[in-house]
Design a protein around this ligand. Structure first.
Ligand code: RAM
Length: 338
């Protein structure tokens, strides 16, 4: 009798332990999911807007804590350091706008092996270093449109230069390749792309590079900046040089930052997509991956709240929509949003 009681007791204790462990696992599975939006660099309004979208999605989904992080300068090394820390902290997911498409692969693999869901957005990591890559729009479309915008401003003639972000930035480099392709079209035969320079998404360096371009090419007709940081700095440099209307400024700009320059004619037109939507959609994708409701196989459709849904294409690419073009007629309306 006593023996039976002891056996029952031992079984009960063992089961209790099992139940307790089960409860602990359930709690962590259902607990707050920690995700990080990792931008290219601090102080960039574009990523602040992306993070706003992430916060919006996190609130809608519930049970997600989202944090914005970025290195002081737009370097791969700075991002690698942060990712190492995030692996140690065991966050659940990271959405990265990469400063280098290859340099982050190894640390991103390490993160994924540790159970962290890693995606890239805005500026991609190559296949192998992320689960999916969320692109704001088709790279070809963005690149070709940059040349078209400059051509319209310069009557399809004259010297143009490109002032980009960092030399390794995945997104800008892709767009620049398409710009070089577009300008080969005979309709641009009177236009010449004289140089591509890099402001590293740093306002002061971008400003200095814009000044140098104007000095080096006295006949320069336009500077194309496929970076919000570069465009803002270039508009100021052209204005300070008294070259408004002489050197046209265009590219990809945040309406809230560029409103004044659009209205005063320094930058008569520019393009961009909605960065809030980009951060918002990244957060929905990360949540689905963490929850295990998708493995992001080609053809998978991932629900994305007010953005409806997104579809995983070949190589894990996900595309959003076409960029908007901003000018003095619509800038005020968009400047109030992002
Ligand atoms: C800068 C960044 C970002 C890019 C925008 C257009 O803010 O380089 O990656 O998408 O410009």
């Amino acid at each position: 009798m006593k023996k039976t009681l002891l056996v029952v007791l031992i079984i009960a204790i063992a089961m209790g332990t099992v139940f307790a462990q089960g409860a602990k696992e359930d709690a962590s599975a259902k607990g707050t999911k920690e995700i990080v939006i990792l931008g290219k660099s601090m102080g960039n309004g574009f990523f602040d807007a992306c993070f706003k979208g992430s916060e919006e999605a996190a609130t809608e989904i519930g049970g997600i804590k989202t944090t914005y992080m970025a290195p002081p300068q737009a370097t791969a090394e700075g991002q690698i350091e942060i990712i190492e820390t995030l692996i140690a902290q065991r966050v659940d997911g990271i959405a990265i706008s990469a400063n280098d498409s290859d340099a982050l692969i190894s640390v991103a693999k390490k993160a994924m092996a540790a159970g962290v869901k890693v995606i890239s957005f805005d500026s991609g990591i190559n296949v192998g270093g992320r689960i999916v890559d969320l692109l704001p729009s088709n790279a070809e479309l963005i690149g070709r449109q940059q040349i078209q915008l400059a051509a319209e401003l310069t009557d399809y003639a004259g010297e143009v230069a490109v002032l980009s972000a960092s030399a390794q930035a995945t997104n800008q480099n892709l767009w620049i390749d398409w710009m070089k392709e577009e300008i080969k079209d005979p309709k641009y035969s009177k236009m010449k792309l004289v140089e591509v320079v890099y402001g590293d998404d740093a306002p002061d360096k971008s400003y200095r590079e814009a000044v140098s371009l104007m000095q080096k090419y006295p006949k320069l007709q336009a500077i194309i900046c496929p970076t919000t940081v570069g465009l803002l700095a270039t508009a100021q440099a052209v204005k300070d040089a008294g070259k408004v209307g002489v050197v046209e400024v265009t590219g990809l700009g945040l309406p809230s930052e560029m409103k004044g320059y659009i209205l005063d004619g320094t930058c008569r037109q520019m393009a961009l997509w909605n960065p809030i939507d980009l951060g918002y959609t990244s957060t929905y994708i990360l949540n689905a991956l963490i929850e295990g409701t998708t493995k992001a196989n080609v053809g998978d459709v991932i629900p994305a709240g007010r953005m409806d849904s997104v579809k995983v294409e070949k190589d894990g690419l996900i595309y959003m929509s076409t960029p908007y073009v901003f000018n003095k007629d619509n800038i005020e309306q968009y400047a109030a949003i992002f």
